[in-house]
Design a protein around this ligand. Structure first.
Ligand code: 9UX
Length: 72
């Protein structure tokens, strides 16, 4: 089953940053939907916890060059 989580993302300053974060998270297995908001500095992610861990999502955002802190 899918779970929806909010993630605080720091370091995004333009629309291309948003696209980079979305692309990085969408590439993970089990991720169904990603929505990133530049103004609120938040990502909302729907994913299958059986396929991807929350820490994998944080790590993917960090590897893309931004700072992520998921809020469960
Ligand atoms: Mo925009 Mo973001 O020129 O890493 S892509 S600042």
């Amino acid at each position: 089953s899918l779970e929806q989580i909010g993630i605080s993302v720091e370091g995004m300053t333009c629309g291309s940053c948003v696209a980079r974060v979305e692309r990085a998270v969408k590439a993970l297995p089990g991720v169904r939907d990603v929505s990133v908001n530049l103004a609120s500095e938040r990502a909302t992610v729907s994913y299958d916890p059986g396929k991807t861990d929350l820490s994998d999502i944080d790590n993917a955002i960090a590897a893309a060059g931004y700072s992520a802190a998921s809020e469960e």
